[in-house]
Design a protein around this ligand. Structure first.
Ligand code: BTN
Length: 261
């Protein structure tokens, strides 16, 4: 990828490191943050050798197929608002994909992006602590861009897709990267004042709403219907006895009863 040029007032990407190969762009940002890296630092890589997903999963990151990007941000936020930031990021990624490719993904609560019922993108947000206090966020985004079906490992071929597979043509990775950085920069400027705006758009993009979901914890599972996203970006579910609960990210994994969705 050639060097990305950004407007001079762009806070996100004001320092931009475009690597060929790295273990994980999130891990690289963490290492640089420990050496006082600046707010707004963005790291991209053409491939990751140990890409990380949520819940300790790996994120398959073959060379020149995907967009693997992490940003170091220092918003003023209490730790419990990290979930908001993660949800806002999903909206920003939808904006960037729509601006570049003309199609808008949907969001599977809380932050997987979906096209045609298959996973297109994942977001891994990590909170950095200094002396036990929240100090910075690492927002890591992995989008399947120019993968062909054979670029995915066999176990993901049924549940994952890429922009190229959906559009029937390759996508300019550089253009998408630039659009994503600009969308993150807008998000950063909007946070937290534009909460109503991002919540409205999150609800509109969220495909989990109205669906049967399975709330899975390490010890059991319950089926419920997803009815709303509340002001804290929690998933509001209705249980078979008619009672309602608000589910926080990390409290339960939400899946359809028959698989990924
Ligand atoms: C998930 O789907 O569970 C989240 C996947 C997040 C992947 C991105 S790729 C860029 C950044 N670096 C990583 O190691 N992970 C994130």
């Amino acid at each position: 990828m050639s060097p990305i040029t950004l407007p001079p007032d762009c806070r996100v990407g004001s320092t931009l490191l475009q690597l060929d190969s790295v273990d994980s762009t999130n891990s690289e940002i963490k290492r640089l943050a420990a050496q006082s890296a600046p707010d707004g630092l963005v790291v991209t890589a053409r491939r990751q050798t140990a890409g990380r997903g949520r819940a300790g999963r790996t994120f398959h990151s073959p060379e020149d197929c995907g967009l693997y990007l992490s940003a170091l941000l220092r918003p003023q936020l209490p730790p419990e608002a990290v979930a908001h930031f993660t949800a806002w990021t999903a909206v920003a990624v939808c904006d960037a994909v729509e601006a570049t490719c003309g199609l808008r993904p949907q969001i599977k609560w809380i932050n997987d992006l979906i096209l045609n019922e298959k996973k297109l993108c994942g977001v891994l947000t990590e909170l950095l602590l200094t002396d036990g206090r929240p100090d910075a966020l690492v927002v890591g985004i992995g989008i399947n861009v120019n993968h062909r079906p054979e670029d995915f490992p066999p176990e993901l071929r049924e549940s994952a897709t890429s922009l190229a597979m959906e559009l029937g043509q390759t996508v300019d990775l550089e253009e998408l990267t630039r659009a994503l950085i600009l969308a993150l920069n807008r998000l950063y400027a909007d946070f937290p004042a534009q909460r109503a705006n991002y919540l409205r758009r999150y609800r509109a993009d969220c495909l989990t709403l109205g669906r049967l979901v399975r709330l899975t914890t390490p010890t059991d599972w319950r089926d419920a219907v997803a009815v709303d996203i509340d002001e804290e970006f929690r998933l509001l579910v209705e249980l078979p006895d008619g009672s309602r609960e608000a589910v926080r990210t990390g409290e339960a994994s939400v899946r359809g009863p028959n698989g990924y969705l």
